[in-house]
Each structure stands twice: as structure tokens, then as C-alpha cells.
Ligand binder design. Structure first.
Ligand SMILES: Nc1ncnc2c1ncn2[C@@H]1O[C@H](COP(=O)(O)OP(=O)(O)OP(=O)(O)O)[C@@H](O)[C@H]1O
Ligand SMILES: Nc1ncnc2c1ncn2[C@@H]1O[C@H](COP(=O)(O)OP(=O)(O)OP(=O)(O)O)[C@@H](O)[C@H]1O
Ligand SMILES: [Mg+2]
Ligand SMILES: [Mg+2]
Lengths: 256, 256
């Protein structure tokens, strides 16, 4: 039975896609069966996995509007070893279409029932907004990973995200919990990052992952080759950091 | 008669808010009358201007739904010398409400008619999405500034943004044009940034501003003090870069 993890933060550019793609690859490298779902109309997780978003015959759009079952939409990303449900700008249409549908918030949860037993992990890359797509991911998810750039605007936006998670937990998904906050693009020479990081550990305690993802240009280069960093440059500090994050998550589950 | 500039890119975290706040402050420093409109439910431009988004009596929500005239919503940001229409999470409600309204795309343009002659520049900070809020900004705007982080996902998303601008120009706002692409958080030691920058100038030619905003931690620190960089640390490379951007824009208009 797969564990469903939503990777979300409405603040833009904090490393949601980079975390989704590289965590999926890291779990796959430890022989777990992984499905990555791109729920962002930008289609970055799709392109970052080496799949052309313009060539998708079906995508998370069909998944949400139940036009086809998930097993018809998943495709294997051979090189990285995980499965993908891609996205493209069609998904913007799903946002509008969903608003008028009954049960608009529980669509993704329902659609994933059919494939949960085929995977160990289902990761959902969310768009930079607290909109109906992100709500669908939070309703479907068991846990939430919050990538956090240690800067002011990202810190300031955290309370709105936590409030949304609490509301969804109360009304739609009682089992939902924050699995962890992940410090990304972290530069220890930068005083601001240090201060924000201290505030995070003061407020969230051990919900903050020990693993910190450093700023590492190989993580920014890898997507232009359509590869996770683990395949683009496995010795890089970025690839190693995501591998150690996967280890930290697996250890916490006592499943290593 | 104010020139209305939309500052937009659906890619998250590329420096839209940092550009909006610091360009507003730079224009104000050259004695122009400036209105900054925050059109992002995150309310970053509001907080970055030192205004508490939770204390707003009225915001761009009321502006879009025409519940009050703009002159009742603007407030002066004394320290920075520009005027502000703030935003907060109420704006998420406007997105949904607008979808059912007649003329939903032209609301902002209509609302700004009443204040255009009070300002020289009206800058609109957009959310990281090609949604109804961004469409309203593009319909109201004379020109568009596209902040661009020189990385793969931002470059890859540019064609979708340019297509949206073309469509709005054709259907709703024939005068709309791209005023410029602004390279932000630029680190010349980084090969990827150099390559992406070369692709930008190859495709967009002189639409790419000569001014390049360097990665400069003072730009990330300033918002935690509720100040533009020009007031937080006017000698910083970040503050100077935005001042020179204002100069480049003014020279291009032949108004210096
Ligand atoms: N640790 C890192 N070191 C260096 N660059 C990084 C790192 N993590 C992400 N990046 C780069 O920073 C940019 C933003 O990251 P990414 O696109 O993953 O964030 P996001 O939260 O998914 O953005 P969006 O809000 O648009 O969905 C990308 O260009 C990415 O390649
Ligand atoms: N030139 C720069 N040097 C260093 N840090 C910067 C620079 N420009 C922006 N930043 C920081 O990078 C982060 C992203 O910038 P910003 O929030 O302005 O982007 P945005 O495009 O408005 O994001 P969003 O998509 O969430 O609206 C912020 O923490 C900001 O302080
Ligand atoms: Mg993303
Ligand atoms: Mg912003």
C-alpha cells in the first residue's frame, strides 16, 4: 500500500519540483516502486524527468477529471526507474472545470485508489498556489513535505500553508500530517539563512529534517538534460543530499 | 497619464516581487509618482513594503470586485515614497468570484481608469500563475516586464508566457508589448546562467535589459525589515542595480 506524499509550498521557487524529481529517483535507487505525479500546469517535473510535456497523450488532467483510469496514464521513466503521471498547460483547464464539479476536492484521492497497491511511494509535485490542485493533493496525501528556502518571504508564508493543512485535516483528511520541512538551496555562509533556519527549528522542532539540501548548481543543470541529479552527476553534493533525505525518511518509517 | 507595467512570470521565485518593490522605490527616488499594486494572494509586495497584510482594511480584492474606488484603497508608503494597493489571502476568493462575473478579464483595467492621471507609473506584482489575476494585469497593462532567473525551468516556461501575452494582445489589449526581460539573481561564475543568458539575447535581442540584477543577499534581507533595498542598504549592489534599471527604463522613454 503506497504512502502518498504531497510536496507543497505556495511560495514560488523554493525547490518543490527539484525535491519531487530527486526524491523519486532516490527512492527508486533504493529499489522502491515510485510514482511521481506532476500536478503543476508548468509541467516542470515532467520535463525534469525527460518526458516532453507537449507529447503527453494523457496527463494528470485526465486523472482529476476521471476521463481515464490511472493505469492508462502512468508511464515508466526508464532511466530514473520511477513511474510518472505528467502535466502540461491543459491542467489549467482542470482547475476551472473542477470548480463546478461535485466532490471537486476528493477527485485525486478517488482516482489513486486504483493504483495504491502497485507502488511503495506516490509523490505529488504541487503548483505554487493554495488552489484546487494543491487541495486535491493534500486531501489525497498521507503526509506533506514542505520545501523551504530559508528566506523571509518563504518563512512569512508558512503560517498560511500550515493553516490550510490544518483545515484540510479537520474537514477532509483526518490522517494528514506534516512529515517534514526541508531546508533547500541552503548556503551556510549566509546569515539570513542561519537566522531563518533557527526560527524553523524553534517552531517546528524535529519536524525539520536533519538533511539540508545545499545550493548546488548540478541540481539546476540536471533538468536541462531531463535527468535527476542522481543520474546527471551522482557524486554531486545535491544528488548525495537527496539520497540522504530518502534515507532519513526510510529510517523514520523503520523500513530501511 | 500613468504608464501601467505588469511584472509577471508564472515560474515561481524568479524575482517578481523583489523587482516590483525595488523598481517602485527607484522610480520614487527619481521623483516619479508611483503606485504599486500587489495582485498576489501571498501579499509579499505588501509585506516587503512594510505594510501588514493582515491589517489591510481594503485591498486589491475590493479593486477587482469593484466594491470600492481605488482612491479609497491606496495608501502611502511613507518611507519608500510610493503608494500601495496591498493584497492578502482574501484575493484567493476574488479568483473564484471573478470566474463567474461578466467582463472578468477587464475589471482591473476599468478600476484603474480613475487613478491613472494621479501617477507616472503603476506597477503590478503578479502571482506565479497564468490565472485570472495575471490576465487582469496583462489586460490593464501598457507593457510587461518579465523577471527571468537564468535557469532551465524559467527558460522552458517562457514560451507559454509569451503565447499568453500574444493572445491577450490579439483579443483584449492591442497595445500590450513586452517592455523587457530582466535577468535576476545573476551569478556570472555559473556556466548555466551564462548559457541561458545567451539564449535569451539570441531570441529576444534588445528586449533583454542591459541592466542585470546580481545575486545579492541584501535584496533578500531587506523585506524582513519591510523596506526596499534602496532604504535598507543603498550602497548594496542589489539596490544600485534596480536604480540603474529605473534609469534604463526612463532613458528608453526619452523622459530622463
Ligand atoms: N539546491 C539547489 N541548488 C541550486 N539550485 C536549485 C536547488 N534547488 C532548486 N534549484 C533551482 O532553483 C530553481 C527553483 O527550483 P524549483 O523549480 O524546483 O522550485 P519550485 O518550488 O518547484 O518552483 P515553482 O514554484 O515554480 O514550482 C530551479 O531553477 C532549480 O533548478
Ligand atoms: N537578486 C537577488 N539576490 C538575492 N536574493 C534575491 C534576489 N532577488 C530575489 N531574491 C530572493 O529570492 C526569493 C525569490 O524572490 P521573489 O520572492 O521576489 O520572487 P517571486 O518571483 O516574486 O516569487 P513568487 O513566484 O513566489 O511570487 C526571495 O526570498 C527574495 O528575497
Ligand atoms: Mg515546481
Ligand atoms: Mg512574488
Amino acid at each position: 500500500m503506497a504512502r502518498i506524499i504531497a510536496i507543497t509550498n505556495q511560495k514560488g521557487g523554493v525547490g518543490k519540483t527539484t525535491t519531487s524529481v530527486n526524491l523519486a529517483a532516490s527512492f527508486a535507487a533504493t529499489k522502491r516502486r515510485v510514482l511521481l505525479i506532476d500536478l503543476d500546469p508548468q509541467g516542470n517535473a515532467t520535463m525534469g524527468s525527460g518526458t516532453d510535456k507537449k507529447q503527453l497523450r494523457s496527463s494528470s488532467f485526465e486523472l482529476l477529471l476521471q476521463e481515464s483510469p490511472p493505469e492508462k496514464i502512468v508511464r515508466k521513466v526508464e532511466a530514473a526507474g520511477y513511474w510518472l503521471i505528467g502535466a502540461n498547460s491543459d491542467l489549467t483547464g482542470a482547475e476551472v472545470a473542477l470548480l463546478e464539479e461535485i466532490g471537486r476536492e476528493v477527485r485525486l484521492r478517488g482516482a489513486l485508489e486504483a493504483v495504491r497497491d502497485r507502488f511503495d511511494y506516490i509523490l505529488i509535485d504541487c503548483p505554487p498556489a493554495l488552489n484546487i490542485l494543491t487541495v486535491n493533493a493534500l486531501v489525497a496525501a498521507d503526509t506533506v513535505i514542505i520545501p523551504m528556502q530559508c528566506e523571509y518571504y518563504a518563512l512569512e508564508g508558512l503560517s498560511a500553508l500550515v493553516d490550510t493543512i490544518k483545515k484540510i485535516k479537520k474537514l477532509l483528511n483526518p490522517g494528514l500530517r506534516i512529515e517534514g520541512l526541508l531546508r533547500t538551496m541552503y548556503d551556510p555562509r549566509n546569515n539570513l539563512a542561519l537566522q531563518v533556519s533557527q526560527q524553523l527549528t524553534r517552531h517546528f522542532g524535529d519536524q525539520v529534517y536533519n538533511t539540508v539540501i545545499p545550493r548546488n548548481v548540478r541540481l539546476a543543470e540536471a533538468p536541462s538534460h531531463g535527468l535527476p541529479a542522481l543520474l546527471y552527476d551522482k557524486q554531486s553534493r545535491g544528488a548525495m543530499a537527496y539520497l540522504s533525505l530518502a534515507g532519513e525518511i526510510l529510517r523514520a518509517e523503520g523500513r530501511t
